[in-house]
Design a protein around this ligand. Structure first.
Ligand code: SIN
Ligand code: MN
Length: 199
């Protein structure tokens, strides 16, 4: 199942945005490199016991932030709660071990890919904040038909069971579509994916 479970209220979005700012204050956003050497077109950081890492050595999870050299801050409780509740709505269990926080500028993109660095098959819960994006959903094969959906601030998406490993990507950010009450400071989009890395 890949479903938008719910839309968070503005108060909840505010709380999650502040939680992301707290994480970024301790574990700054940085740009990763693909194994090919090309730079990703968005910045990211992580919270939790592990952080997703990519460089010339490949994709993997690390316990220390590559720039600060420190362990990642704990996953803020409000992020954990939203993710666990969203998974539970589908009778799926998720033990949050990492929250990957992506920041997309207006010209950022994320190419079609599968999330498969995790050993665990637990669902991935994705929370969107800020500007809308055009999100591409494909199938289990790269060549499968694709459709576009708009992800809006406050959307909570669960990718689980038969859709745990579907191809997906972020085609474009639609600037200045964030709710004004969010006081985003600058156009762009935040995505938090909460994942269980190990069983
Ligand atoms: C991801 O696939 O890791 C992030 C997805 C998103 O930004 O919506
Ligand atoms: Mn992904």
């Amino acid at each position: 199942m890949i479903e938008i479970v719910r839309r968070l209220s503005i108060d909840e979005q505010h709380m999650l945005l502040q939680a992301c700012r707290d994480v970024v204050g301790q574990a700054p956003l940085f740009t990763k490199i693909m194994p090919t050497g090309a730079a990703f077109r968005y910045r990211c950081t992580s919270a939790g016991a592990y952080g997703w890492m990519s460089d010339r050595k490949g994709y993997r999870y690390e316990t220390h932030h590559p720039v600060t050299g420190h362990v990642f801050p704990q996953i803020p409780v409000c992020i954990q709660q939203v993710a666990v509740e969203a998974a539970a709505a589908y009778d799926l269990s998720l033990e949050p071990q990492t929250a990957l926080i992506n920041w997309y500028d207006c010209d950022s993109q994320l190419g079609l890919h599968q999330d498969k660095t995790e050993v665990s098959k637990a669902p991935v819960v994705s929370i969107s904040l800020g500007d809308d994006c055009v999100f591409i959903i494909g199938g289990l094969k790269r060549s499968d038909p694709k459709s576009n959906i708009t992800l809006t601030s406050g959307d909570v998406l669960v990718m689980g069971e038969e859709h745990r490993y579907i191809f997906h990507g972020v085609k474009k950010i639609i600037p200045n579509t964030a709710p004004a009450e969010l006081n985003l400071r600058q156009p762009g989009r935040i995505n938090i994916t909460v994942r269980q890395v190990y069983d």
